[in-house]
Design a protein around this ligand. Structure first.
Ligand code: SDX
Length: 428
C-alpha cells in the first residue's frame, strides 16, 4: 500500500502521494498540489526539492556513499578504465570485454575535430579562460553537425552525436591547452587509449616522440572516474533543464560547462589552489584565514570545503587525498600547498564552526594538487573536471529525454509592486 502525505491548508486536508526510491529515499509528490489547493511550494536553491527520479547515481550525504549504477565509486576508481565507467553510466551496465572493445573502437574513430574549428582560436584574446573557449567550442559542434539539432532524429543518430562528443572532448580540451601555451595543435593518435591520447595531444610536440607516463595516465584515469557523475548537481540540473526545451545535446552540455565554471561548483578546484598559494604567499598563517572563513562580514570562504549534500566526508575527497600522497611520491614532487592543505583540513575539522555545519573537504579540495603535480595549468583544472563529468551530463540528458520529462519551468512567488497605472513622462 503506497504511503500518503497529508497537508492542511486553509482548513482543508490534501492528500499527496509519497514516492519511495530503491534506496528507500522518500519524497512527497507535489505535482497535484497547485491544482488541488492553489498553493505552490518554495525552496530556494532546491535544497530540499527533487527534480526527477533517476537511476544513474546514488549518493548518501550522511554516510558518504557514492555509486554509479549501483557500483561503489571506490571499486570503480580502483579497477575500471574511464571509458568503461563512461559505458556503465551511459548504458546502465558494465560492458563485456567485446562491448568495451567495440565502444573504444567507435570512440577512436571520432577523435578528429573539423579543421575549421582551429580558426576559432585565432580570434580569442591572449589568456582567454579555457572554460570560456570550451563552452563555445562544444556548442559550436552543433553547427558542424546540424543534424544534431533535430530532436526527432532516429536513436542511432543520437548515439552518433553522443559518441562524437565523447571522442572529440579530449581533442578540444587539448587544443584549448595548446592555444593557452601557444604550442602547435597535435592530431589525435587512435591506438594508445583515451586518457593517453589526451596526454599525447596535450604534452606531445611535433618535433619529438611522446610516451605517456603510466603514473600520470593512471592518476588522470582515476580523477576522471571520480568526477564522472554526481546526480542533480548544479551543472547536471542545467544540462537537464536546457535539454528539456529540446535544445540539442551540444548546446545542453555547453550550458553545463558554463554552470560548472562557477567557483562555488567546478571552478572550486582552481579556486582551491589559488587560495592555498595565497595563504602560502601570505606567510601560511592558517588561523588568520580560518577566522576570515568563519567571519560573516568577510567574503572569504574556505574553497574546497563544504557541500550541499555531503554533511560528512565526500568519499571522492578521501580517495583523492590518498592518491595525492601516492602520486607526488611516485613523481618525486614536493608541493608545499599539499602540506598547507593538510594542515588547513586538520585545523578546520577540529573547529566547531566547520564541524557544526558539516563542512568537510569536498572533491575539489585535493584534486588541484594532483593536476598541478602532473603539469596541468591552474586555469585548465575545471576543464579536467568537465572532461570527467561529460558521461554523467550526457546520461542525465538522455534519461530526461527517455523519461519524456516536461520542459523545466519552475513557478515563483511574486513579491513586486501590485497593480498601478502608467504615469505620463511629463507627470513623473
Ligand atoms: C562541487 O552539488 C554537487 O554535487 C557539486 C559537486 C559535483 O560533483 O558536482 O560535488 C562539485 O561543486 C563541490 C563544491 C565545490 N565548491 C566549493 O568548494 C566552494 C566552497 N563551498 C561553499 O561555497 C559551499 O559549501 C557550497 C556552495 C559547496 C554549498 O553551499 P550550501 O549547501 O548552499 O550551504 P550554505 O552556503 O548555505 O552554507 C551553510 C553554512 C553557512 O553558514 P551559516 O549561514 O549557517 O552561518 O556553512 C557556511 C555558510 O556560510 N559555509 C562555509 C563554507 N561553505 C558553507 N563557510 C566557510 N567556508 C565554506 N567553504
Amino acid at each position: 500500500m503506497s504511503e500518503i502525505a497529508k497537508i492542511e491548508l486553509d482548513g482543508t486536508i490534501y492528500e499527496l502521494p509519497v514516492v519511495v526510491g530503491t534506496e528507500n529515499e522518500k519524497a512527497v509528490d507535489i505535482s497535484s498540489l497547485r491544482g488541488k489547493s492553489g498553493y505552490i511550494t518554495l525552496d530556494r536553491g532546491f535544497k530540499n526539492t527533487g527534480s526527477c527520479e533517476s537511476a544513474i547515481t546514488f549518493l548518501d550525504g550522511e554516510k558518504g556513499i557514492l555509486r554509479y549504477r549501483g557500483y561503489p565509486i571506490e571499486q570503480l576508481a580502483e579497477n575500471a578504465s574511464f571509458l568503461e565507467v563512461t559505458y556503465l553510466i551511459l548504458k546502465g551496465e558494465l560492458p563485456t570485454k567485446q562491448e568495451l572493445a567495440d565502444f573504444e573502437g567507435v570512440i577512436d574513430n571520432h577523435t578528429l575535430v573539423h579543421e575549421d574549428m582551429k580558426r576559432f582560436f585565432e580570434a580569442y584574446p591572449n589568456k582567454a579562460h579555457p572554460m570560456g573557449i570550451l563552452a563555445s567550442m562544444i556548442c559550436s559542434m552543433s553547427t558542424f553537425y546540424p543534424e544534431s539539432q533535430d530532436p526527432n532524429r532516429p536513436k542511432e543518430a543520437f548515439e552518433l552525436s553522443i559518441n562524437r562528443l565523447i571522442a572529440k572532448f579530449p581533442t578540444l580540451a587539448a587544443m584549448v591547452y595548446k592555444n593557452a601555451v601557444r604550442h602547435p595543435f597535435m592530431y589525435p593518435k587512435n591506438d594508445i587509449g583515451y586518457v593517453e591520447n589526451f596526454m599525447f595531444m596535450t604534452w606531445g610536440m611535433p618535433t619529438e616522440d611522446y610516451v605517456p607516463d603510466p603514473i600520470i595516465s593512471a592518476a588522470l584515469n582515476k580523477l576522471l572516474i571520480l568526477h564522472a557523475d554526481h546526480e542533480q548537481n548544479c551543472s547536471a540540473s542545467t544540462v537537464r533543464i536546457v535539454g528539456s526545451s529540446q535544445a540539442n545535446l551540444y548546446a545542453s552540455i555547453s550550458a553545463g560547462i558554463s554552470a560548472l565554471w562557477g567557483p562555488l561548483h567546478g571552478g572550486a578546484n582552481q579556486a582551491v589552489i589559488e587560495m592555498l598559494e595565497m595563504i602560502q604567499n601570505d606567510g601560511g598563517d592558517l588561523d588568520k584565514w580560518i577566522a576570515k572563513a568563519k567571519d560573516k562580514n568577510d567574503s572569504f570562504r574556505l574553497m574546497g570545503f563544504g557541500h550541499r549534500v555531503y554533511k560528512n566526508f565526500d568519499p571522492r575527497a578521501t580517495i583523492i587525498k590518498k592518491a595525492c600522497d601516492d602520486i607526488l611520491e611516485q613523481l618525486g614532487v614536493k608541493d608545499p600547498t599539499l602540506e598547507i592543505a593538510k594542515k588547513l583540513e586538520e585545523v578546520a575539522l577540529n573547529d566547531e564552526y566547520f564541524k557544526s555545519r558539516g563542512l568537510y573537504p569536498n572533491v575539489d579540495f585535493y584534486s588541484g594538487i594532483i593536476y598541478k603535480a602532473i603539469g596541468i595549468p591552474t586555469e585548465m583544472f575545471t576543464v579536467m573536471f568537465a572532461m570527467g563529468r561529460l558521461p554523467g551530463w550526457i546520461a542525465q540528458w538522455q534519461e530526461m529525454l527517455d523519461n519524456s520529462e516536461p520542459i523545466g519551468r519552475p513557478r515563483q512567488v511574486y513579491v513586486g509592486a501590485t497593480k498601478r497605472d502608467f504615469v505620463p513622462l511629463d507627470k513623473r
